[in-house]
Ligand binder design. Sequence first.
Ligand code: GDP
Ligand code: MG
Length: 440
Amino acid sequence: LSLRLTESLANLRTKGKLTPADVDGTVREIRRALLEADVALPVVKEFTAHIRERALSDDVNKALNPAQQVVQIVNEELIGILGGEVRRINFAKQPPTVIMLAGLQGAGKTTLAGKLAKKLLEDKHQPMLVACDLQRPNAVNQLQIVGAQAGAHVFAPEPGNGIGDPVRVAKDAIKYATDKHYDVVIIDTAGRLGVDAELMKQAANIRKATNPDEVLFVIDAMIGQDAVATAKAFQEGVDFTGVVLSKLDGDARGGAALSVAKTTGRPIMFASTGERLDEFEVFHPDRMASRILDMGDILTLIEQAQKAFDEEEAMKAAEKMANDEFTLDDFLAQMQQMRKAGNMKRMLGMLPGMGQMKDLIDNFDEREINRTEAIIQSMTPAERKNPKLINGSRRARIARGCGRTVTDVNTLLKNFEQASKMMKTVARGGMPNIPGMGPM
Ligand code: GDP
Ligand code: MG
C-alpha cells in the first residue's frame, strides 16, 4: 500500500462507524493509489465514485472494522471489473479453432503465439502457427524460431516472393490446417508502434477472411495511460474477444488491466510474465486486484478474520452462553478458532462486546491454548458437556491422560467457569465485571 493509503486506513481502524468524511479521505487515497498504478484517469474517477457510494450505503460487512470494510469494497469492485472468473479459450465445434492475435508492435504477439502453442500441445491439441506479419523482414523468421521452440508447425509464405498478402496467407493456412488435421490455428499479425489506420484495416481484413473463434488483443502492461486509447482503437478497428496482458514480470502495477477491462468490457484471459515460452498463465482477477492496490497483506488479514469468526458462529456461541449451554467443547472450539486466526487480540476485538475483555484474555498465550486443548481432549464427552461432573478422582484421571498436573486441570476449570460467567453477562447485554479492571 502507498504510505498515505496505509495511514488513511490506519486512521479509520480505530473508529466505530464510517462517516462521509472518513470515506472521502480514504477514497481520495484510493484514487491516488490507482493513478500511481497507472489506471487511466476516467476509469479512476468512475471507479472511486462508485466506491464512495457503496461505502456509505448500508451494504457493508459489519463483522469488519471500517478500514477493512473499505478495503473489502475496493477489492470486490476491482475483481468485478477485472472479471470474476477465468475465461477459457472458446474452441470451435468444427476444427480448426482459429485464434487471431492483434496489438501494437512489440506488445508480445509473436511470443504469445509460441506460448499458446506450447500450452495447447501440453493439452494434447495440434496447434499450427501462421505468419501473417509480413511487414517486418525478420518477423516470419522470428515466428519460425518461436514455433520450433514450442514444437509446433509454422505455416509461412515462401521466402523470396516479395511482400506477400497476409489475408491470402491466412486463408491458405486454414485450408492447409483443415487438410492436415491441425485443430488450432494461431494467426500472428503485424503491429506498428502506434495506432495506424492502414494496419488496422489489414487486421480487420484478416479477421473478416478467417472468421476467428477468438481474437486476442495483446497489450503491454507497461503502456500506462495510453492503454485506454489503444484498446479503444483496436476494439473499433478490429474488435477482439479477449485480452492478454504481457510483460507483467516488469514492475508495472497492472493498472492497464483495469483500464482495458473497464473501457472495453472484454475479459482478460491470459498474463504473459516473461520472455520464455513457459512464462505464461491464465489471468487471475483477484491477484491482479491486490497487485493494483498493492494490498495483499490487508486482504490476508480480512480472509483470516472472516474464516475464524464468521458472524453466524459468533451468534451461535452467544446464544449458547445466554442459555447456559456453553460447554468445555465450545470453549475449546473457540480457542482453536482464535489460534487459527493467529491473532487472538484482533479476533476478540471483533466479537461484539468482547473488546473490553481483551486485556484479560491477552494472558492466554499459544502454549496455554495447547495445554487447554490437551486437557479438554482427555475428558469424556459427558465431562465436557457438564463440567460439574468433574470430581477429584476424575481430575486425577484427566491429568494423567494428558500428562499435566491436577493443578493444571483445576486452573483450566476455573478459567472456563470465569469465561462462561463473563460470556453469559455479555450475551445478556450487560458489561462483564472483570476483577482488576475497575468499573466500565
Ligand atoms: P510483437 O511485436 O507483438 O510480436 O512482440 P514480440 O513477441 O516480438 O515481443 C517483443 C519483445 O518483448 C521481445 O523482445 C519479447 O522477448 C519481449 N516479450 C514478450 N512478452 C514478454 C513478457 O511477457 N515479458 C517480458 N519481459 N518480455 C516479453
Ligand atoms: Mg511479432
